[in-house]
Design a protein around this ligand. Sequence first.
Ligand code: NDP
Length: 370
Amino acid sequence: IRDRDVAAPRPDTAEYPPVAPPLSWRSVHHPDPLEEPVAPTAQDQSVHNVVIVGSGPAGYTAAIYTARADLSPVLVAGAVTAGGELMNTTEVENFPGFPEGVQGPELMANLEAQARRFNTEVVYDDVVQADLTSNPKVLTLGDGTQLRTHAVILTTGSAYRKLGVPGEERLSGHGVSWCATCDGFFFREQEIAVVGGGDSAMEEALFLTKFASKVTVLVRKDELRASKVMAHRAMENEKIEFRWNTEVTEVTGDDKVNTLRLRDTRTGEASTLDVTGLFVAIGQDPRTDLVQGQVELTEHGTIRIDHPSSRTSQPGVFAAGDVTDHTYRQAITAAGSGCVAAQDVEHYLATVADVEEAAPAGPESDANPA
Ligand code: NDP
């Protein structure tokens, strides 16, 4: 067990500052966890140590770690989408520590409670504008509040592309899924469908053959976009059947999926397919609108980080979770990267504070004895 994993020692002084502490405060002040703190509020005019944007597993893990490091983090959770993708998931069976599984929303509520326990300030609003190049950095919320901060952790996640057809949203979590790793287990010996012709669709289809009795892959063209090796593997699998030039026009079922309405993209001919599950694998879009032009992105549209750290191309700006991850995209990998970002911020703030303390403040400064 590392130092930061054990309970902090009781502090010598217990007076909590009324506003967010300056950088140098960190090294001398240790709040008493047993006292009722007067935490800094997001609305005040002080400069925060760190603001975390996004409230998925990466964001809350970053909050837990930065809060336990006495950095008084502010976490901007989103006005309507707080909790991230897991809020759309039902049972999560692969997050370690929950032998019986846990509901996605319950897991997020637990993560939030844990972050709050160490005095993370959670703000239910959206960041609508970000100036990450200024010093301090300025984040503007939907209600006009401006948060000034030394460091930012971006954990804005990614959004699965949706088909945008009737029934898809309503039956999400009731047969419609965007994650075979998360939900495939629930379709043992059932007939299901996957939409998409890229590597994700092939990977999802192959994974789903472990459970399903039959997987029909619906491809809107007469060719795949997937790499040859993935396409070959999927075509060789006897549980997988391809339907070419086929698009989904509606997902039907009362309280769970039972039939897909399909359309031939060349002839327009309508047909149906009876399945109990539909996995949509038509790509993802990392949520980077807010920071376009201010941090470097990869060719996949994710925020480029300096692996294995969480540093972005902009000093003081860190990123974690799906917004940086094109490959693994799991709740547990996001949580792990949030922990990395928190430690990177801690180190960054300590380094900046050291530099500020060491730097001459001007001709009359004590720090510059001539
Ligand atoms: P892609 O953008 O590569 O493929 C998306 C697929 O979905 C395409 O076949 C596209 O069809 C189809 N599609 C898009 N919109 C619709 C729609 N509305 N209805 C029906 N079909 C639609 O996304 P992926 O997520 O598959 O892959 C993204 C990147 O990740 C790629 O570079 C891929 O190689 C990589 N990847 C690699 C993996 C691996 O190597 N193991 C695993 C997963 C991803 P169309 O072709 O007609 O546009």
